[in-house]
Write a protein that binds this ligand. Structure first.
Ligand SMILES: [Fe+2]
Ligand SMILES: [Fe+2]
Length: 211
């Protein structure tokens, strides 16, 4: 992810699309490599947020940033009472949707749906275990004011994102090119959960675990 405090050189190493984009905008990399990215863009009257959006797509994490000023207690409460129950309910709905849809459209789409469904189940199992660990262990310790090692959770986040990335590839970014309403509904729900999950992980990795 590109950040305002990066140098141009760091931004180029972070994302391969930065270099051609700079060239497009008439910025000579060699002259600004050591400069701060935000400043280098500012000199050409280019808005930082717009630049990032053109490279990374709309910033889904912007609204998560509001949690930066909140306390550890408030953030954990929100995760445990709002985010975790919502995502568990969503994955449950997706699971039952797949079961019904695979049966109903077995001949036409059964095999294709099954491959995606297998990964949905891996995600479901991962979330059940991961949320339990957070709620019963790491978050409790953090609320007691203890130093908590979040390394394990961060590794599990990586794994979950990897599973969503696989679903994204298999579904052509949640577009299975179908008129079947049940499959469209599954696409929508998986896409919603994907975005929700990425924001949730950002909130934990970038804000909560760094407090
Ligand atoms: Fe969580
Ligand atoms: Fe987590």
């Amino acid at each position: 992810m590109l950040r305002k405090d990066m140098t141009v050189e760091e931004a180029v190493m972070e994302n391969k699309d930065v270099m051609p984009k700079l060239a497009d905008m008439g910025i000579d990399y060699n002259l600004v490599a050591m400069e701060n990215l935000n400043d280098a863009l500012g000199e050409k009257n280019i808005d930082f947020d717009r630049f990032v959006e053109e490279i990374e797509g709309p910033n889904i994490y912007k609204e998560v940033e509001q949690f930066r000023d909140k306390s550890i207690e408030e953030i954990i409460k929100h995760i445990v009472t709002v985010i975790h129950p919502y995502e568990l309910d969503m994955v449950e709905q997706i699971d039952s949707g797949f079961r019904k849809t695979i049966k109903k459209y077995y001949k036409e789409r059964g095999e294709q749906l099954f491959v995606i469904y297998e990964i949905v189940l891996l995600i479901k199992a991962e979330l059940v275990s991961h949320f339990s660990s957070e709620e019963e262990f790491e978050f409790k310790e953090a609320l007691k004011g203890k130093e908590v090692d979040f390394e394990n959770l961060i590794a599990e986040h990586e794994k979950t994102i990897g599973l969503f990335d696989r679903i994204k590839v298999l579904t052509h970014s949640y577009n299975l090119n179908t008129e079947i309403s049940e499959i469209k509904e599954l696409e929508d729900k998986m896409k919603t959960l994907d975005t929700h999950m990425r924001k949730h992980i950002y909130l934990e990795n970038e804000i909560l675990f760094k407090k």
